[in-house]
Design a protein around this ligand. Structure first.
Ligand SMILES: [Zn+2]
Length: 282
């Protein structure tokens, strides 16, 4: 039964001219899962360190960023495999005209085979930071901060003596040039989240979307709930309503329901997005 539904969805996608993918919050790999795997994280025992909350977060993201770079986390790896499976599937079927929208902010999808120019992540990224107090909306790249913090951590851990590490780490924290407070990663639900971080990708998405009108478009919405319905759920419904050649495939274990006005153009699949992809033959 379930496999039949997945096959129907496959057929729809393969007949489409254009594909819009929506990876929902279900796909987000929580930072705790990645940190749990890190020996370095355990050896630091941040809980009992003299660092402030924001400073601890910087250490956590430094280790997560390092894991992302080295691709050494199983939790990340299994998610990446799913993304690549979909990217390969689209490539095999020559579906090169696609766009990916995600409400995840774990950055894993940026390591996948999806084209970085065809992707938008409006809920943030650890690759940018902003003033935690909201002095300004500008976002800054975090790469150097992570590199610097990581080299300090490595130095002391290798010496097997952490006593002087904490003060050196505190000195290396990124500071807002105006309020001098420690900055924070630019993620949705953090203080003063700055929309500037994804503005240009969103603009590309909007202009891409305009060109899908009256074309055979399939939207595959996977595992998105109601935390931020303005990013994937509602816009996808709206597109389905105005484009007569569009199909919305909504895959969700809890919120698979489709509103009446687009019922004829939609396929609800009561299944988790991850399960759906795992069972999808490519
Ligand atoms: Zn500031």
């Amino acid at each position: 039964m379930e496999i039949e539904i997945i096959d129907d969805c496959r057929k729809k996608i393969e007949e489409a001219d254009i594909v819009l993918l929506g990876f929902g919050r279900e796909f987000n790999v929580h930072k705790e899962m990645i940190l749990e795997e890190s020996e370095l994280y355990k050896s630091l025992d941040l809980e009992n360190s003299p660092l402030e909350e924001l400073e601890k977060q910087w250490i956590e993201y430094t280790l997560i960023y390092e894991s992302l770079k080295k691709n050494d986390s199983n939790a990340m790896q299994s998610r990446l495999e799913l993304y690549d499976k979909v990217a390969d599937y689209l490539a095999i079927h020559n579906k090169n005209n696609y766009f990916v929208v995600t409400t995840c902010n774990d950055d894993i999808i940026t390591k996948s085979k999806f084209d970085g120019q065809r992707m938008v992540a409006p809920c943030g990224t650890m690759k940018y930071m902003k003033c935690h107090s909201g002095c300004f909306k500008t976002v800054y790249e975090t790469e150097e901060v992570y590199a610097n913090l990581y080299s300090i951590i490595r130095k002391y851990v290798d010496k097997n003596d952490l006593t002087e590490m904490w003060s050196e780490l505190k000195d290396a924290m990124p500071q807002c040039p105006m309020c001098k407070r420690v900055m924070s990663v630019n993620m949705f639900k953090t203080n003063n989240y700055s929309e500037e971080g994804y503005r240009s990708a969103w603009d590309s998405y909007m202009s891409w979307l305009q060109k899908t009108l009256n074309r055979k478009l399939v939207m595959l919405e996977l595992g998105e709930g109601f935390d931020t319905p303005t990013v994937i759920r509602w816009p996808f419904e709206k597109v389905a309503a105005v484009n007569n050649k569009a199909t919305l495939i909504r895959v969700n274990k809890n919120f698979w329901q489709i509103s009446e006005d687009i019922e004829a153009k939609a396929i609800p699949v009561k299944m988790s997005g991850i399960e759906f992809l795992e069972n999808m033959e490519v």
